[in-house]
Design a binder for this molecule. Sequence first.
Ligand code: SF4
Length: 754
Amino acid sequence: MAFDIEMIKAVYERMPARIAAARALTGKPLTLTEKILYSHLWEGTPSTAYARGNSYVDFAPDRVAMQDATAQMALLQFMQAGRPQVAVPSTVHCDHLIEAKVASTTDLAVAVDKNKEVYDFLSSVSDKYGIGFWKPGAGIIHQVVLENYAFPGGMMIGTDSHTVNAGGLGMIAIGVGGADACDVMAGLAWELKFPKLIGVKLTGKLNGWTAPKDVILKVAGILTVKGGTGCVVEYFGEGATSMSCTGKGTICNMGAEIGATTSTFGYDDSMARYLKSTGRADVADMADQVREHLTADPEVYANPEKYFDQVIEIDLDTLEPYLNGPFTPDLATPISKMKEMAEKNGWPTKIEVGLIGSCTNSSYEDIARAASLAKQVAAKGLKTKAQFTITPGSELVRYTIERDGFIDTFDTIGATVFSNACGPCIGQWARPGAEKAEKNTIVHSFNRNFAKRADGNPNTFAFVASPEMVTALAIAGDLTFNPLTDTLTNEKGEQVKLDAPSGDELPKLGFAAEDAGYQAPAADGSGVQVKVSVTSDRLQLLDPFAAWEGTDLSGLKLLIKAKGKCTTDHISMAGPWLKYRGHLDNISNNMLIGAVNFFNEKTDNVKNQLTGEYGAVPATQRAYKAAGIGTIVVGDTNYGEGSSREHAAMEPRHLGVRAVLVKSFARIHETNLKKQGMLALTFANEADYDKIQENDSINIVGLGSFAPEKSLTIELVHADGSKDSFAVNHTYNAQQIEWFKAGGALNIIRASVK
Ligand code: SF4
């Protein structure tokens, strides 16, 4: 398929020298993570030993992947960069916007109709700029990436948090915001804090009912949802090499649930088998030749405590299947303890629906093992108690499992096959009766189980498990059923036991698909018209932001002094607003509507200084914009924490906010503001936050000599005519100051192309 063999070759050619240089600089053996990171430095051959958990480093990722919800703004921004083609191989995947309601074919047709303008835009913009386009129905981004693009030792970024799935094929793959994707596609460096390293040693071998999913469910229980923050998790040991490549993908996928930057495994035979089975024998051959560089130096795994910041050891021989949940993926309960836990916590034990598949768990092996259980239903005279659904991760998997008879097997237990898309995993599940908000239990093999995530019902207790456990529990219809020890009563009243699941790792007949759903870009896209209707309410081409006027900013009005927590969700809410991700003006109607106004403790209610009236934040800001008056947003500590979504920076910029002044920033949001040409400032003295009054006019002084590490001054003119002034700090480097002057980073990139 459309992977870039020359690019992979180049990565492998440069690895040995760069790794040797890094080894010499650090003076120690290297982990796999370090080898991949040091081979992807923007500067080329390493010249510095970076401090883990401390140094900010520029990298040059090999590729970019985008899903349809986040790709819209990423590509609208990319169009602003003025480049004729993307600088690195990139792909778009239409997976998030497809609702699961009836069954695959019907649901897909509805989605294609409903989202036509978005798909037309993504298809045409991909065609024009040299981006591979995976049509709706082709599959879920991470599964398609694993099947076609991931390669051992590579580095990629993707506009989705589960991009980390590609670690299953030995990559360093990291989820980012659209602005970062845009930068890399435009040929710029990508910055990351050099991560800390957690080593997970897997001893023994998976057996019986235990699956790769149970490894990550166990790790999530140990590390919790925050334990991996700022870290890359590197798995190794005989347990790692003995499991399938797709099983490794599952483990890496759910690294997102422990907050890890990413997770990875060293290259081994399972990866070679998977590469060959998915039509990439040439990549496997090339990887074989640099095998020593695609895993850690031997001393590292021999003495992991010395080389990792933290080490966890898990014995796969004794690992039990786990059920994690409800409402959080780190509440890990081994199956033998579930009965006790459910009773103790009052969890509803009747299982309504079992859902398998998603990007996390829809490999051939997963489906084969689940099908081996479904087969036993008829053979043992059982009846499946819960509903059962399958969400294949890709058309390649769907077609192959249909050919091999698994879909027919699932039919015998009344299963519904949904589209090859995110569907129930992302709340795109039109589950009948969910609006009644009844207390109920589901089990699924996805990754996240926060309240409302699957069906929008806050009272759905969702438990995460392996596909085989989900299938067994759906057959039993009972959360407390332990298939390792318990029996079921069949239709004749006999007690029967399910045999442990079994299934091939890879299809004996190979993978197949009549139409995998890929659209290659035009060889010369210069004549391709990008399709965006001027009347669309979901898409809007961007106009470049205006350059700085060259003077201090004076007479700014205070838009809002936000009190307490103000995350990117408070600044740019999700939920119903997701629909407008590609339309900056429309989505700007959610700007700061979740922020609490310091002066009246209300959300979305601020004073319009021009009229003296209180109103919604976006409407008030639009009134200032119409009057040609700039504004300032004031905030508390860790302003902009949460997701990396660039909308939280673009919306204030679009509506005419000139500066954001806070006690402290979440770093990614601060960078996003800088990229959009905004002033991101912090109080030199946090107590000055208290000096800001509701009716203030504000001047920002010192911009004429704006320079790194040099404070600026804020002048407050209060309503009674009295004044205050104080110093404010910033973290702009010389290049970022140029972004500010030009009105945004994209304006600089565009200018450099002409
Ligand atoms: Fe994200 Fe779920 Fe889609 Fe995977 S299947 S990409 S986790 S929404």
